[in-house]
Design a protein around this ligand. Structure first.
Ligand code: TNX
Length: 535
């Protein structure tokens, strides 16, 4: 962070002028090292080419080119060969990333060209997202309009970069309200910009089951007809889901599907009477209360329940190239402790039999029979409440790791602080997690200081969930996610502050404001929170 500040203080003025007010103040998340040079900038022109070298480089170049062509109207061919000073080189080769980090990259720009280089195509892609931020915000436009006044400039700069945590996620709840494929693709593009590498889809809950399971077709029949507040239903076909997975893969983002069990299951129970202890299907549910539904642990229902668990996890695993299946496990408030432990054992076995690694909300740590490597997702507060810390440590004690989503700082569905200037800011969202959440709160927490006994090596990463009880459209979602998601992205990617040091909110807010100009051009809804010097 101090390097960024030095660079910004030392040589920003020249670049700001070059960009005609479109200030380049840095990159979010902050790179390990970012230095702006005094030298002449790079100019992307009609004759620029994308020169790709190494495994996977041309695919990454194509993904970048599609956006850049749309915005500039230039041809920007992806070619092989020797890059000229008007070209952008995209290189995958051993020894390019700092410390051979799998998602690391280096970026050099100036009047001799742009060069983004990494050891892997993943690292190269992350580097292109820095490049996207260093270009004028108009690079986000879908239609080639006029070029920005100063031209398509990348300031002269050197970046070296690699992430702190391997797992940097966002979660979207498509169960309380359904979001069609196009909305999910839009969100994927927005989270890619801040180098997240996981989208966790909360696919099932009391109010709806959103993913087709061929062997249990009524899950997306009866089970998908509803949502919160009677806003209609919806679900993904397997082809829909494959499109999401593929679009994510082009951005080197892994989809983590969640089937929430054994509670949060009213939609499944309403579709299949045989999953209920009394054999009677409950009515579909459109409310917001939690904790009333449960799969049945009774031996009389064992055949149906185990077949359901095996079929659902198998079909889901077949659709999932990533290593994880999320099985929920939260808030099973109407399941007895014995039944909960029995059902957790059965559902995690079924999932593990597919070869995938299980993720569960921290309550699942109550089980001492978790399959090898099971990951716990912590959703209590920065100051752990009740037995949340102990339950989370249980995953580590059993050889697994932890994802941190402290609800009072990382839950993007928490309200913004009431601001009379923006009425929407206080009509959307919930406030159960210690009231509204400011961007300062989202930014000023340290993953390794939350749970005693869960230290840096035990932490797989961080995730910012967005629950959609009050959010009915993708612009509602974007409005709650941005700008606060940038804070979580930076905590997940950027180096930890030195011991005794804390993050510099003012410097961060300058970069958030710059990213805001990209959101403006991309048409991404965001809440212009106070404190950020929006342009
Ligand atoms: C708690 S976080 C839940 C969700 C709600 C969310 C609303 C978690 C594991 N469970 O069921 O949607 O709060 O913020």
């Amino acid at each position: 962070a101090s390097l960024v500040a030095i660079a910004a203080a030392g040589s920003l003025t020249a670049c700001t002028a070059e960009q005609n007010g479109d200030a380049v103040t840095g990159i979010i998340p902050a790179p390990t090292s970012f230095v702006l040079h005094e030298g002449a900038p790079f100019r992307l022109t009609e004759s620029s080419r994308l020169v790709a070298a190494g495994e996977g480089a041309s695919a990454v170049a194509e993904t970048f080119a599609r956006q850049a062509r749309a915005a500039t109207g230039f041809e920007l061919p992806v070619v092989e060969g020797e890059p000229a000073a008007s070209d952008l080189a995209f290189v995958v080769a051993d020894g390019e990333a700092p410390d051979a980090a799998p998602e690391g990259y280096t970026l050099e720009s100036g009047d001799g060209g742009v060069r983004v280089a990494a050891d892997t195509a993943t690292g190269l892609f992350r580097g292109t997202q820095s490049l996207r931020q260093l270009l004028p915000a108009a690079i986000e436009r879908a239609d080639a309009a006029t070029a920005p006044d100063g031209g398509w400039i990348v300031p002269a700069a050197s970046v070296e970069d690699a992430p702190r945590f391997a797992y940097r996620g966002a979660m979207l709840d498509v169960a309380r309200h359904f979001f069609p494929v196009e909305d999910v693709l839009r969100y994927l593009d927005a989270i890619a910009l801040v180098k997240l590498n996981v989208l966790h889809l909360h696919l099932t809950d009391d109010q709806g089951w959103r993913i087709r399971i061929d062997s249990w077709p009524e899950l997306t029949g009866v089970g998908a007809a509803t949502s919160v507040g009677g806003d209609g239903g919806g679900s993904y076909t397997k082809d829909d889901y494959r499109r999401i997975v593929e679009y994510a893969a082009e951005r080197f983002i892994t989809i983590v599907p969640e089937i929430d069990l054994p509670g949060h299951t009213n939609a499944a129970l309403s579709a299949y009477p045989e999953l209920n202890c009394d054999g009677v299907a409950p009515a579909p549910y459109e409310g917001v209360e939690v904790g009333f539904s449960s799969l049945c642990a009774s031996p009389e229902r064992a055949e149906a329940t185990d077949r359901f668990l095996a079929d659902v996890t198998r079909e889901l695993a077949e659709l999932t190239p990533g290593p994880w299946l999320h099985l929920g496990g939260d808030e099973s408030l109407s399941t007895s402790r014995d039944d909960y432990l029995d059902l957790v054992r059965r559902m995690t076995r079924a999932a593990a039999a597919t070869g995938k690694t299980v993720i569960g909300w921290h309550e699942m740590g109550a089980s001492r029979e978790l399959p090898a490597g099971t990951v716990g997702q912590y959703w209590s507060f920065v100051e752990p409440e009740g037995d949340a810390a102990e339950l989370t440590r249980s995953f580590v004690e059993q050889g697994g790791s932890v994802i941190l989503s402290p609800a009072d700082v990382a839950y993007l569905d928490m309200k913004y602080v009431d601001d009379p200037q923006n009425a929407l800011g206080h009509t959307l969202g919930l406030d159960w997690a210690k009231g509204p959440t400011t961007i300062d709160e989202a930014y000023l927490w340290e993953p390794s200081s939350i749970i005693p006994g869960v230290d840096e090596p035990d932490i797989l990463g961080v995730e910012a969930p967005i629950w959609t009880e009050t959010l009915a459209s993708i612009s509602d979602v974007e409005f709650m996610a941005f700008p606060r998601l940038t804070a979580i992205a930076e905590i997940g990617w950027s180096p930890a502050p030195a011991v005794g040091d804390s993050r510099d909110t003012e410097e961060f807010f300058g970069r958030v404001a710059a990213l805001g100009t990209h959101w403006d051009e991309a048409g991404i809804a965001y809440y212009p929170v106070r404190g950020v010097p929006w342009h």
